[in-house]
Design a protein around this ligand. Structure first.
Ligand code: NDP
Ligand code: GDR
Length: 324
Protein backbone atom coordinates (compact mmCIF):
# COMPACT_ATOMS: atom_id res chain seq x y z
CA UNK A 1 0.00 0.00 0.00
CA UNK A 2 1.32 3.45 -0.91
CA UNK A 3 2.03 5.53 2.17
CA UNK A 4 0.59 9.02 2.25
CA UNK A 5 2.26 11.99 3.96
CA UNK A 6 1.23 15.52 4.77
CA UNK A 7 3.97 18.17 4.62
CA UNK A 8 3.26 21.61 6.08
CA UNK A 9 5.63 24.36 4.90
CA UNK A 10 6.00 22.66 1.51
CA UNK A 11 6.77 25.98 -0.22
CA UNK A 12 9.83 26.51 2.03
CA UNK A 13 13.41 25.36 1.50
CA UNK A 14 13.03 22.04 3.34
CA UNK A 15 9.48 21.38 2.13
CA UNK A 16 10.58 21.19 -1.51
CA UNK A 17 13.52 18.88 -0.79
CA UNK A 18 11.47 16.66 1.51
CA UNK A 19 8.67 16.34 -1.05
CA UNK A 20 11.20 15.37 -3.75
CA UNK A 21 12.76 12.79 -1.46
CA UNK A 22 9.44 11.27 -0.38
CA UNK A 23 8.21 11.04 -3.98
CA UNK A 24 11.41 9.13 -4.82
CA UNK A 25 10.61 6.77 -1.93
CA UNK A 26 7.19 6.07 -3.47
CA UNK A 27 5.08 8.17 -1.11
CA UNK A 28 1.96 10.05 -2.05
CA UNK A 29 2.64 13.65 -0.97
CA UNK A 30 0.02 16.12 0.23
CA UNK A 31 1.46 19.63 0.55
CA UNK A 32 -0.25 22.16 2.79
CA UNK A 33 -0.06 25.79 1.69
CA UNK A 34 -1.62 28.90 3.15
CA UNK A 35 -3.65 31.20 0.98
CA UNK A 36 -1.64 34.03 -0.59
CA UNK A 37 -2.65 36.58 -3.22
CA UNK A 38 0.32 35.58 -5.38
CA UNK A 39 1.45 31.99 -5.79
CA UNK A 40 4.90 31.24 -4.39
CA UNK A 41 5.52 27.70 -5.63
CA UNK A 42 9.03 28.42 -6.98
CA UNK A 43 10.65 25.65 -4.94
CA UNK A 44 8.09 23.00 -5.90
CA UNK A 45 7.08 23.96 -9.42
CA UNK A 46 9.21 21.12 -10.90
CA UNK A 47 7.21 18.53 -8.90
CA UNK A 48 3.91 20.36 -8.65
CA UNK A 49 2.00 17.94 -10.85
CA UNK A 50 3.17 15.04 -8.65
CA UNK A 51 1.90 16.42 -5.35
CA UNK A 52 -1.54 17.21 -4.07
CA UNK A 53 -1.70 20.82 -2.87
CA UNK A 54 -4.24 21.58 -0.16
CA UNK A 55 -5.03 24.85 1.57
CA UNK A 56 -4.56 25.10 5.32
CA UNK A 57 -3.03 27.37 7.90
CA UNK A 58 -1.34 26.68 11.22
CA UNK A 59 -3.42 29.52 12.64
CA UNK A 60 -6.66 27.75 11.76
CA UNK A 61 -7.42 24.62 13.78
CA UNK A 62 -10.41 23.50 11.70
CA UNK A 63 -8.43 23.64 8.43
CA UNK A 64 -5.93 21.15 9.90
CA UNK A 65 -8.61 18.77 11.12
CA UNK A 66 -10.37 18.89 7.74
CA UNK A 67 -7.16 18.12 5.83
CA UNK A 68 -6.39 15.10 8.02
CA UNK A 69 -9.98 13.82 7.75
CA UNK A 70 -10.05 14.16 3.99
CA UNK A 71 -6.55 12.95 3.08
CA UNK A 72 -5.82 10.42 5.87
CA UNK A 73 -2.01 10.63 5.87
CA UNK A 74 0.20 8.03 7.61
CA UNK A 75 2.87 10.60 8.46
CA UNK A 76 2.83 14.37 9.07
CA UNK A 77 5.95 16.53 8.75
CA UNK A 78 5.36 19.89 10.40
CA UNK A 79 7.85 22.18 8.69
CA UNK A 80 5.70 25.31 8.60
CA UNK A 81 6.87 28.17 10.81
CA UNK A 82 7.86 31.81 10.91
CA UNK A 83 11.51 30.77 10.62
CA UNK A 84 13.52 34.00 10.33
CA UNK A 85 15.06 34.94 13.69
CA UNK A 86 15.20 38.77 13.21
CA UNK A 87 11.50 38.84 12.27
CA UNK A 88 10.74 37.07 15.53
CA UNK A 89 12.06 40.10 17.45
CA UNK A 90 9.81 42.40 15.40
CA UNK A 91 6.75 40.11 15.47
CA UNK A 92 7.13 37.99 18.60
CA UNK A 93 3.43 37.32 19.12
CA UNK A 94 2.79 36.21 15.54
CA UNK A 95 5.93 34.06 15.68
CA UNK A 96 4.54 32.40 18.81
CA UNK A 97 1.21 31.76 17.09
CA UNK A 98 2.82 30.03 14.07
CA UNK A 99 5.93 28.49 15.48
CA UNK A 100 4.75 27.51 18.97
CA UNK A 101 0.95 27.18 19.14
CA UNK A 102 0.82 26.03 15.51
CA UNK A 103 2.49 22.80 16.66
CA UNK A 104 -0.21 22.19 19.27
CA UNK A 105 -2.90 22.82 16.68
CA UNK A 106 -1.39 20.19 14.39
CA UNK A 107 -0.94 17.73 17.27
CA UNK A 108 -4.52 18.28 18.41
CA UNK A 109 -5.77 17.67 14.88
CA UNK A 110 -3.85 14.37 14.81
CA UNK A 111 -5.06 13.34 18.27
CA UNK A 112 -8.67 14.02 17.28
CA UNK A 113 -8.62 12.53 13.76
CA UNK A 114 -6.18 9.61 14.06
CA UNK A 115 -3.59 9.34 16.86
CA UNK A 116 -1.82 6.56 14.91
CA UNK A 117 -0.40 9.17 12.49
CA UNK A 118 3.37 9.56 12.93
CA UNK A 119 4.42 13.17 13.51
CA UNK A 120 7.70 14.99 12.82
CA UNK A 121 8.32 18.41 14.38
CA UNK A 122 10.98 20.70 12.86
CA UNK A 123 12.85 21.69 16.01
CA UNK A 124 15.97 23.79 15.93
CA UNK A 125 19.47 24.27 17.31
CA UNK A 126 18.29 27.82 18.13
CA UNK A 127 16.79 26.21 21.25
CA UNK A 128 20.36 25.78 22.60
CA UNK A 129 20.94 29.54 22.21
CA UNK A 130 23.45 30.60 24.83
CA UNK A 131 25.02 27.18 24.80
CA UNK A 132 25.33 25.33 28.09
CA UNK A 133 27.60 22.63 26.66
CA UNK A 134 29.90 22.21 23.63
CA UNK A 135 29.11 20.33 21.41
CA UNK A 136 25.33 20.16 21.81
CA UNK A 137 23.57 16.80 22.07
CA UNK A 138 19.98 15.65 22.73
CA UNK A 139 20.77 15.97 26.45
CA UNK A 140 22.17 19.53 26.43
CA UNK A 141 19.99 21.97 28.43
CA UNK A 142 18.22 24.63 26.35
CA UNK A 143 18.68 28.42 26.65
CA UNK A 144 16.96 30.14 23.69
CA UNK A 145 17.99 33.69 22.78
CA UNK A 146 15.17 34.90 20.52
CA UNK A 147 11.37 34.80 20.41
CA UNK A 148 11.86 32.28 17.58
CA UNK A 149 14.03 30.06 19.81
CA UNK A 150 11.54 30.32 22.65
CA UNK A 151 8.67 29.41 20.31
CA UNK A 152 10.59 26.41 18.94
CA UNK A 153 11.27 25.27 22.50
CA UNK A 154 7.53 25.26 23.17
CA UNK A 155 7.04 23.26 19.95
CA UNK A 156 9.69 20.79 21.08
CA UNK A 157 8.20 20.20 24.52
CA UNK A 158 4.62 19.95 23.32
CA UNK A 159 5.80 17.26 20.87
CA UNK A 160 7.46 15.37 23.74
CA UNK A 161 4.35 15.91 25.85
CA UNK A 162 1.94 14.39 23.30
CA UNK A 163 4.24 11.39 23.02
CA UNK A 164 4.24 10.89 26.78
CA UNK A 165 0.61 11.83 27.43
CA UNK A 166 -1.15 10.04 24.58
CA UNK A 167 1.42 7.45 23.54
CA UNK A 168 1.56 9.04 20.09
CA UNK A 169 4.51 8.55 17.68
CA UNK A 170 5.76 12.14 17.81
CA UNK A 171 9.38 13.03 17.10
CA UNK A 172 11.34 16.25 17.44
CA UNK A 173 14.29 16.62 15.07
CA UNK A 174 16.76 19.13 16.50
CA UNK A 175 18.29 20.29 13.25
CA UNK A 176 21.25 22.62 13.02
CA UNK A 177 21.41 25.22 10.22
CA UNK A 178 21.13 23.69 6.77
CA UNK A 179 21.46 25.53 3.51
CA UNK A 180 21.17 25.18 -0.26
CA UNK A 181 20.64 27.29 -3.37
CA UNK A 182 16.95 27.27 -2.37
CA UNK A 183 17.61 28.96 0.98
CA UNK A 184 15.74 32.24 1.51
CA UNK A 185 17.93 35.20 0.48
CA UNK A 186 17.69 36.82 3.92
CA UNK A 187 19.58 34.00 5.67
CA UNK A 188 23.28 34.70 5.99
CA UNK A 189 24.74 31.93 3.80
CA UNK A 190 22.59 32.79 0.82
CA UNK A 191 22.92 36.51 1.41
CA UNK A 192 26.71 36.12 1.22
CA UNK A 193 26.86 33.75 -1.78
CA UNK A 194 24.35 35.86 -3.70
CA UNK A 195 26.29 39.07 -3.07
CA UNK A 196 29.63 37.44 -3.89
CA UNK A 197 28.12 36.38 -7.25
CA UNK A 198 26.57 39.81 -7.83
CA UNK A 199 29.81 41.63 -7.05
CA UNK A 200 31.78 39.24 -9.29
CA UNK A 201 29.41 40.08 -12.17
CA UNK A 202 29.66 43.82 -11.53
CA UNK A 203 26.03 44.05 -10.37
CA UNK A 204 26.82 45.24 -6.80
CA UNK A 205 29.80 46.57 -4.91
CA UNK A 206 29.02 46.21 -1.19
CA UNK A 207 27.64 43.64 1.24
CA UNK A 208 26.17 44.81 4.57
CA UNK A 209 26.23 42.18 7.32
CA UNK A 210 25.65 41.90 11.06
CA UNK A 211 27.64 39.82 13.54
CA UNK A 212 30.70 38.49 11.72
CA UNK A 213 31.93 36.50 14.72
CA UNK A 214 28.95 34.23 15.18
CA UNK A 215 29.64 30.59 14.46
CA UNK A 216 27.27 28.02 13.01
CA UNK A 217 27.28 24.32 12.21
CA UNK A 218 26.08 24.60 8.60
CA UNK A 219 24.98 21.50 6.66
CA UNK A 220 23.48 20.61 3.28
CA UNK A 221 19.64 20.76 3.32
CA UNK A 222 18.95 17.62 1.19
CA UNK A 223 20.96 15.56 3.72
CA UNK A 224 18.77 16.90 6.53
CA UNK A 225 15.41 15.98 4.98
CA UNK A 226 16.66 12.37 4.71
CA UNK A 227 17.16 12.42 8.47
CA UNK A 228 13.57 13.63 9.03
CA UNK A 229 12.21 10.65 7.13
CA UNK A 230 14.51 8.17 8.91
CA UNK A 231 13.29 9.39 12.31
CA UNK A 232 9.71 8.41 11.48
CA UNK A 233 10.71 4.92 10.26
CA UNK A 234 12.10 3.76 13.63
CA UNK A 235 10.40 1.34 16.04
CA UNK A 236 10.33 3.95 18.83
CA UNK A 237 9.74 7.71 18.70
CA UNK A 238 12.81 9.58 19.94
CA UNK A 239 14.42 12.97 19.41
CA UNK A 240 17.63 13.41 17.41
CA UNK A 241 20.25 16.10 16.86
CA UNK A 242 21.21 16.47 13.19
CA UNK A 243 24.44 18.38 12.55
CA UNK A 244 27.81 18.10 10.81
CA UNK A 245 29.95 18.50 13.95
CA UNK A 246 31.93 21.33 12.34
CA UNK A 247 31.46 25.03 12.98
CA UNK A 248 32.50 28.12 10.98
CA UNK A 249 32.24 31.84 11.59
CA UNK A 250 30.37 34.28 9.34
CA UNK A 251 33.84 35.73 8.60
CA UNK A 252 35.00 32.33 7.30
CA UNK A 253 31.77 32.00 5.29
CA UNK A 254 32.63 35.29 3.55
CA UNK A 255 36.18 34.15 2.90
CA UNK A 256 35.02 30.89 1.29
CA UNK A 257 32.20 32.44 -0.76
CA UNK A 258 34.21 35.35 -2.13
CA UNK A 259 37.13 32.95 -2.67
CA UNK A 260 34.92 31.02 -5.12
CA UNK A 261 34.92 34.10 -7.39
CA UNK A 262 38.54 35.07 -6.62
CA UNK A 263 37.63 38.15 -4.60
CA UNK A 264 38.89 39.44 -1.25
CA UNK A 265 35.75 39.68 0.93
CA UNK A 266 37.27 42.35 3.18
CA UNK A 267 37.05 44.89 0.34
CA UNK A 268 33.26 44.56 0.10
CA UNK A 269 31.80 43.54 3.46
CA UNK A 270 30.90 46.10 6.10
CA UNK A 271 29.02 45.84 9.38
CA UNK A 272 25.55 47.35 9.28
CA UNK A 273 24.12 47.93 12.79
CA UNK A 274 20.62 47.16 11.42
CA UNK A 275 21.73 43.58 10.80
CA UNK A 276 22.73 43.06 14.45
CA UNK A 277 20.21 41.29 16.71
CA UNK A 278 19.05 42.36 20.18
CA UNK A 279 20.51 39.05 21.39
CA UNK A 280 22.40 36.55 19.26
CA UNK A 281 23.56 32.96 19.43
CA UNK A 282 27.35 33.08 19.33
CA UNK A 283 28.33 29.47 18.80
CA UNK A 284 26.56 26.32 17.67
CA UNK A 285 28.17 22.97 17.04
CA UNK A 286 26.17 19.77 17.12
CA UNK A 287 27.03 16.21 18.06
CA UNK A 288 24.95 13.89 15.85
CA UNK A 289 26.43 10.65 17.25
CA UNK A 290 22.99 9.30 18.16
CA UNK A 291 21.65 9.86 14.63
CA UNK A 292 24.76 8.26 13.18
CA UNK A 293 24.40 5.21 15.41
CA UNK A 294 20.63 4.68 15.40
CA UNK A 295 19.58 6.10 12.01
CA UNK A 296 22.81 5.42 10.12
CA UNK A 297 22.69 9.08 9.06
CA UNK A 298 25.80 10.90 7.77
CA UNK A 299 26.21 14.31 6.13
CA UNK A 300 27.43 13.96 2.53
CA UNK A 301 28.54 17.49 1.59
CA UNK A 302 31.25 19.61 3.23
CA UNK A 303 30.79 23.28 4.12
CA UNK A 304 33.20 24.38 1.37
CA UNK A 305 31.46 22.23 -1.29
CA UNK A 306 28.08 23.55 -0.24
CA UNK A 307 29.15 27.21 -0.46
CA UNK A 308 30.73 26.55 -3.86
CA UNK A 309 27.45 25.02 -5.10
CA UNK A 310 25.48 28.00 -3.80
CA UNK A 311 27.81 30.53 -5.43
CA UNK A 312 27.68 28.65 -8.75
CA UNK A 313 23.87 28.49 -8.62
CA UNK A 314 23.70 32.23 -7.89
CA UNK A 315 26.09 33.04 -10.73
CA UNK A 316 24.00 30.99 -13.16
CA UNK A 317 20.70 32.53 -12.01
CA UNK A 318 22.07 36.10 -12.16
CA UNK A 319 23.58 35.60 -15.61
CA UNK A 320 20.25 34.29 -16.87
CA UNK A 321 18.26 37.12 -15.29
CA UNK A 322 20.61 39.82 -16.61
CA UNK A 323 21.28 38.18 -20.00
CA UNK A 324 25.03 38.05 -19.28
P1 NDP B 1 11.22 28.42 5.34
O1 NDP B 1 11.12 29.72 6.03
O2 NDP B 1 11.94 28.34 4.04
O3 NDP B 1 9.73 27.84 5.09
C1 NDP B 1 8.72 28.01 6.04
C2 NDP B 1 7.43 27.44 5.49
O4 NDP B 1 6.37 27.61 6.46
C3 NDP B 1 6.93 28.11 4.21
O5 NDP B 1 6.41 27.13 3.35
C4 NDP B 1 5.80 29.01 4.72
O6 NDP B 1 4.82 29.30 3.76
C5 NDP B 1 5.22 28.11 5.80
N1 NDP B 1 4.36 28.81 6.75
C6 NDP B 1 4.70 29.88 7.51
N2 NDP B 1 3.65 30.22 8.29
C7 NDP B 1 2.64 29.36 8.01
C8 NDP B 1 1.31 29.22 8.46
N3 NDP B 1 0.78 30.04 9.37
N4 NDP B 1 0.54 28.22 7.97
C9 NDP B 1 1.04 27.40 7.03
N5 NDP B 1 2.30 27.49 6.54
C10 NDP B 1 3.08 28.47 7.03
O7 NDP B 1 11.85 27.38 6.38
P2 NDP B 1 12.85 26.13 6.12
O8 NDP B 1 12.34 25.32 5.01
O9 NDP B 1 14.24 26.62 6.12
O10 NDP B 1 12.67 25.34 7.49
C11 NDP B 1 11.62 24.38 7.67
C12 NDP B 1 11.32 24.24 9.15
O11 NDP B 1 12.49 23.80 9.84
C13 NDP B 1 10.90 25.54 9.85
O12 NDP B 1 9.97 25.18 10.85
C14 NDP B 1 12.19 26.04 10.48
O13 NDP B 1 11.89 26.85 11.60
C15 NDP B 1 12.83 24.73 10.88
N6 NDP B 1 14.27 24.72 10.94
C16 NDP B 1 15.00 25.14 9.85
C17 NDP B 1 16.37 25.04 9.87
C18 NDP B 1 17.19 25.50 8.71
O14 NDP B 1 18.40 25.67 8.88
N7 NDP B 1 16.61 25.67 7.52
C19 NDP B 1 17.09 24.48 11.04
C20 NDP B 1 16.21 24.04 12.10
C21 NDP B 1 14.85 24.15 12.04
P3 NDP B 1 4.93 30.60 2.78
O15 NDP B 1 5.73 30.14 1.61
O16 NDP B 1 3.49 30.87 2.49
O17 NDP B 1 5.60 31.68 3.57
P1 GDR C 1 19.92 31.55 12.15
O1 GDR C 1 20.34 31.83 10.62
O2 GDR C 1 19.55 32.80 12.87
O3 GDR C 1 21.00 30.73 12.74
O4 GDR C 1 18.59 30.71 11.98
P2 GDR C 1 20.82 33.15 9.87
O5 GDR C 1 21.42 32.68 8.60
O6 GDR C 1 19.75 34.17 9.79
O7 GDR C 1 21.95 33.73 10.85
C1 GDR C 1 23.10 33.00 11.20
C2 GDR C 1 24.08 33.90 11.94
O8 GDR C 1 24.63 34.84 11.03
C3 GDR C 1 24.66 36.11 11.65
N1 GDR C 1 24.61 37.17 10.65
C4 GDR C 1 23.59 37.43 9.81
N2 GDR C 1 22.41 36.79 9.63
C5 GDR C 1 21.57 37.27 8.69
N3 GDR C 1 20.42 36.64 8.46
N4 GDR C 1 21.88 38.39 7.95
C6 GDR C 1 23.04 39.07 8.11
O9 GDR C 1 23.28 40.06 7.46
C7 GDR C 1 23.95 38.56 9.08
N5 GDR C 1 25.17 38.94 9.50
C8 GDR C 1 25.57 38.11 10.44
C9 GDR C 1 23.44 36.11 12.56
O10 GDR C 1 23.56 37.13 13.56
C10 GDR C 1 23.47 34.70 13.10
O11 GDR C 1 24.28 34.63 14.23
C11 GDR C 1 18.46 29.72 10.96
C12 GDR C 1 16.97 29.66 10.57
O12 GDR C 1 16.83 28.81 9.45
C13 GDR C 1 16.15 29.12 11.71
O13 GDR C 1 14.81 28.91 11.26
C14 GDR C 1 16.75 27.77 12.14
O14 GDR C 1 16.03 27.23 13.21
C15 GDR C 1 18.20 27.97 12.55
O15 GDR C 1 18.91 28.47 11.42
C16 GDR C 1 18.87 26.65 12.97
Amino acid sequence: MTKRVLVSGITGQDGGYLAEYLLEQGYEVIGMVRRTSTINFERIQHIQDKICIVQGDLLDQVSLIDILREHRPDEVYNLAAQSFVPTSFKQPVLTGEFTALGVTRMLEAIRIVNPQIRFYQASSSEMFGKVQQVPQTEKTPFYPRSPYGVAKLYGHWITVNYRESYNMFTVSGILFNHESPRRGLEFVTHKVTYHAAKIALGLADKLPLGNLDSQRDWGWAPDYVRAMHLMLQQDHPEDYVIATGRTHSVRRLCEVAFGCVDLDWQRYVYVNPNDLRPADVDLLIGDASKARKVLGWEPSVTFEEMIERMVQADLAALKKAHHL
